[in-house]
Design a protein around this ligand. Sequence first.
Ligand code: NDP
Length: 286
Amino acid sequence: MSAEVINGRELSTALKEEMKVEVEKLKEFGLTPHLTVVLVGDNPASKSYVKGKEKAAAETGISSSLIELPASTTESALLQLIQELNDDTTVHGILVQLPLPDQIREEKVIEAIHPDKDVDGFHPINIGKMMTGEDTFLPCTPYGIITMLKSKNIKIEGKHAVVIGRSNIVGKPVGQLLLNENATVTYCHSRTKNLQELAANADILIAAIGKAHAITAEYIKDGAVVIDVGINRLENGSLTGDVDFESAKEKASYITPVPRGVGPMTITMLLKNTIKAAKGLSKIEG
Ligand code: NDP
């Protein structure tokens, strides 16, 4: 058996087409969703992520602006800027690209963004709402993963989902969203004793570790759905996932590739959140 590949790029393109139509309609009401991205320092990976976000926004008609600050920016200067963006009624979504330089505490910055403009879904209030199942901004990567599963009508309810990785931006929230969808969830991490045994028990396996090809066929149950979140750069410069795609696809029923998997979905869900923010702040229903 060879797994069906869930192509995140194709799904993103389709979702962006739908969003484009929605944004056109909002513009007829005089509302242009606007995303402001703040980039501190000159980390090349961050620069490239930010470029991707601006390009995707433009494709859907969402306007965006980029504020670039030097690596020496102080925490108080960044917090002051966020306050100004919170108060600016033309800005609907605020995204501060992580990681930040050492002198700035990330949690202070995340907490400073108004929860109604928190399109990354990282604010503790929005995380709390996600935990209690309230409508809120969902963190983009987990939101993208759930959207990919739903796009293939993959049943989540009653399934055993094993999440490898427990970061605040991927592992923990994706497990919570799967739980909200009535999966039974097991979290694994670097201290987990019997990782392979647990993983091989999963109906839905999420790999969010950051180690190239760590998850080989032995970790996968026949017919499992395998979602590869990892983005790892190999010595030859190419990108690869946490899953050994070639061996895994012979056992899985569905699998996501890297690239063209979860990555494009993450940016797409940011755009969805930006539209949601614009509508919420403008009190437009639906
Ligand atoms: P973190 O480094 O924050 O977290 C990695 C997690 O994996 C930790 O919980 C760690 O455990 C666990 N881990 C590390 N090694 C092992 C191991 N050998 N066995 C079991 N668990 C292990 O990473 P992120 O969550 O931010 O990202 C994970 C991957 O996903 C990275 O490759 C990243 O680039 C990618 N990513 C992709 C995105 C996308 O859009 N596709 C978006 C965000 C991230 P412990 O907590 O014990 O240290």
